[in-house]
Design a binder for this molecule. Structure first.
Ligand SMILES: C[S@@+](CC[C@H](N)C(=O)[O-])C[C@H]1O[C@@H](n2cnc3c(N)ncnc32)[C@H](O)[C@@H]1O
Length: 221
C-alpha cells in the first residue's frame, strides 16, 4: 500500500468512509439513487447523451458514479464509447472497491465488465473509454487537455475537503468544459456556488437528494 492509497472504515456494513477525510464516499441512504438524482439528472442525463459525449469527474472513489453513468448510457441505446475522465488523488485498493460495489447488485453486469477491462488507470471497452488521472486535481486538471460536456463535482464535503472546491479549481473546471456544457454537485455551499459563478457558469439551486435540502446545477453558456 502506498501513502496515497485510501484508508477506509466500513459503516452500516457496506458504506466506505474515508479515514483521511472522515466522510462517506456515497449516501448512507442509497448511493445509486443519489448518483442518479444529483449527477445524471443534475446534468440533464441521459437525455443529452449523444455519440462522443464526455463526462469528467472530480473524485473517482469507488467508481459508482462512472458505473451508473455507463449503465444509463447503454440503457439509452448508445453503442459507441462513453468518454469518462476522472481525477483521483487517493485511489482505492481493488478489494475495497469490489466490496463497496457489492452493495449495488443492479450494477453487477457493468461491474464485471469494468473489472475485466480495468488496467488500474484505464478501461477501454466498446461502450466505455474511461481514464482515471491520478494525483491531486489541483495539479492534474490544469494540465489536462480535454473538455467535458458534463462534470460530476464529487469531492468529499466542502467542509472536510475544501481544496477540491476552491474558486481556482472551479475556474479550471470551466476552462475544461465544452461550450453548452454543465456541472452538477450534491452541495449547495455558498462558496462553491460563488466559485462556479465567478468561473462563468450560470448556477441554479435544486432540491437535493435524501436529507440534503439543496444541490447545485451549473450551465456554461
Ligand atoms: C465523495 S468521494 C467520490 C465518490 C465517487 N465519485 C464514487 O462514485 O464513488 C471523493 C473523492 O475525492 C478524492 N479526492 C479528495 N481530494 C482530492 C484531490 N485533491 N484531488 C483528487 N481527488 C481528490 C477522494 O480520494 C475521493 O475518492
Amino acid at each position: 500500500m502506498t501513502d496515497q492509497q485510501a484508508v477506509l472504515t466500513w459503516r452500516d456494513g457496506g458504506v466506505p468512509v474515508s479515514d483521511r477525510f472522515d466522510d462517506p464516499y456515497f449516501s448512507l441512504q442509497d448511493g445509486l439513487a443519489e448518483t442518479r438524482h444529483v449527477f445524471l439528472a443534475g446534468n440533464g442525463l441521459p437525455e443529452r447523451f449523444a455519440p462522443g459525449f464526455h463526462i469528467a469527474e472530480l473524485g473517482f472513489g469507488t467508481g459508482l458514479n462512472m458505473l451508473t453513468a455507463w449503465a444509463a448510457w447503454e440503457r439509452a441505446g448508445q453503442d459507441t464509447p462513453l468518454r469518462f475522465t476522472s481525477f483521483e488523488a487517493f485511489p482505492m485498493a481493488a478489494e475495497d472497491r469490489a466490496r463497496a460495489l457489492d452493495a449495488f447488485p443492479e450494477l453487477e453486469p457493468w461491474v464485471a465488465r469494468f473489472w475485466a477491462g480495468w488496467t488500474g488507470a484505464r478501461c477501454d471497452l466498446p461502450t466505455l473509454r474511461l481514464e482515471v488521472i491520478h494525483g491531486d486535481a489541483r495539479q492534474t486538471l490544469p494540465a489536462w487537455r480535454g473538455a467535458a460536456d458534463a462534470w460530476f463535482l464529487d469531492g468529499f464535503s466542502p467542509a472536510k475537503n475544501p481544496e477540491l472546491w476552491q474558486p481556482d479549481l472551479m475556474a479550471e473546471v470551466a476552462r475544461h468544459t465544452a461550450p453548452g456544457g454543465t456541472a452538477a454537485t450534491y452541495t449547495a455551499a455558498g462558496f462553491v456556488r460563488r466559485g462556479l459563478e465567478a468561473a462563468g457558469f450560470t448556477v441554479e439551486r435544486h432540491p437535493g437528494y435524501g436529507r440534503k435540502r439543496h444541490m447545485t446545477r451549473a450551465f456554461l453558456s
